[in-house]
Design a protein around this ligand. Sequence first.
Ligand SMILES: *[C@@H]1O[C@H](CO)[C@@H](O)[C@H](O)[C@H]1NC(C)=O
Ligand SMILES: *[C@@H]1O[C@H](CO)[C@@H](O)[C@H](O)[C@H]1NC(C)=O
Length: 502
Amino acid sequence: MHVMCLVLLYWTEASLQNIVSTAQGQIQGVTRDGYVSYTGIPYASVKEGAGGRFKRGGIAPVWAHVRQPHECQCSARAAAEECLQLDVHAPPGAAQPVLAWLAGAGPYDAARLAREGIIVVIVRHRLGPQGFLCSSEDHIPGNAGVKDVLLALRWIRDNIVAFNGNANNVVLGGQGFGAAIAEALTLTPTAQGLFHGVILQSGTVLAPWAFNFDADDRAKLLRMKFNGSKEILTRATAEDLNTKADQLALPYLPFGMCVENSIKNEERLIPRSPYEILSKGVEIAVPMIMGFNNNEGYIFVSTLKEARVTRRMTKDMSFLLPVELQSNKRNAPKMMREVDEMYFANNKTMAAVLAYHRDAYFLSHIHRSVMFHASAPPPVYYYQFSHAGSGGVEEEPGMAKRGAAHSDELAYLFPSKGRDMEGDDGVVQGHIVRLWTNFIKKLNPTPPNAGNTLWSPLNPHDPKVLDIGVELAMVDFPYRKEAQMWEDIYEKYYFDRRERRY
Ligand SMILES: *[C@@H]1O[C@H](CO)[C@@H](O)[C@H](O)[C@H]1NC(C)=O
Ligand SMILES: *[C@@H]1O[C@H](CO)[C@@H](O)[C@H](O)[C@H]1NC(C)=O
């Protein structure tokens, strides 16, 4: 039923030196090439009692013996305890800068960044219904997974000094949904002081796939899967919850972030919609790196081919519109005409479909968000990652990969075993690792006298991006008219309507 942590068996005499003492107890590390890994450290527990599993975590467990390294199996199906854990990868040194990277379930190899003198903390959090169920009727406040990250950040503040880290130099980062969660934490004063910079790669809390305005409806549908019984909802196994959530076939993630229900004794992290908070000014304004990949949509290429999308388009295009816009039946045809004109006029090709997916699901939302952040004084460094290399999503036969797909940049920052890449890939890896590590250390990706192409902070009146490829260059934001069209559509038909509801 529950996937248990696997205790690693390579505990040797030599590594006995790597024992760190925390308030919870002692932790055994494993020596790697140039750093020490302390894996599977629990930073919170699940509270007992009805619905405790969907709420803010309780205090971190303590232990009496030296805690052994654990490789955790966090997933939406796993027991929550499996996800309330973090790994610390610590190179030698004193008062070192810290990257808190939101990993969700994903494996991220921290070796490349740890070698640069950065403590990399891989933060897991509850996923799926356990992390994001949000139901006013069932007194489930929502955003448990975000609250997990908050507890992990507090753990870092209180414990990272034991690993020679500097709690006053913490950068919070994530990609995709991880970026959306990291951004959500910039919207709550509760997280003030826990991080000093933010890196948001290819994700934003403004994206409809990250944030559900219809969270209550989603929770109801899940409860119906359990025949309406509340008890089953609190007693069901993680596996069962997740299976039934998948069966709902809801658009995007079955459960994303939500406007939190107000429940006694529960701290509210997201009391209003992120759009409303952002449009009035962020709560925690710190230096930020934010950006997108120029061919995000390529990650969907095999799915789109299988679904024969280009063929279906010749008959009727309306199925292409994002679901949250389709539900506006009266205006959907009008929106589709605008989209059609922008992307598909005389061009019903897969390349056009990919450009459309990049913008509809990623770029347009990221651009709207970055403009909000850039209106606060701290610098916002805006990028476009555009290298089509051997790292990341593989090329689909018959469809040339132009540029970088969603998640490609991770292959350069978190390569397996910290591998140094070769040729052009190596050049690009050198760039991105240098820019990111400078930012983590100095909150400036191109500090003075570093001899790099200067990455200037975003000026919202004249948006430019640093194009990251084999060459580095500041270029005009390349998708102004596309972003403007989406901005108009979402302002008029999505956010505006939502605001009146909340
Ligand atoms: C719900 O009811 C149906 C039909 O009575 C039953 O087959 C199913 O097992 C029930 N599901 C749960 C989760 O109790
Ligand atoms: C079709 O759209 C793609 C993606 O925007 C673009 O690269 C390509 O040049 C376009 N082709 C034509 C014939 O306009």
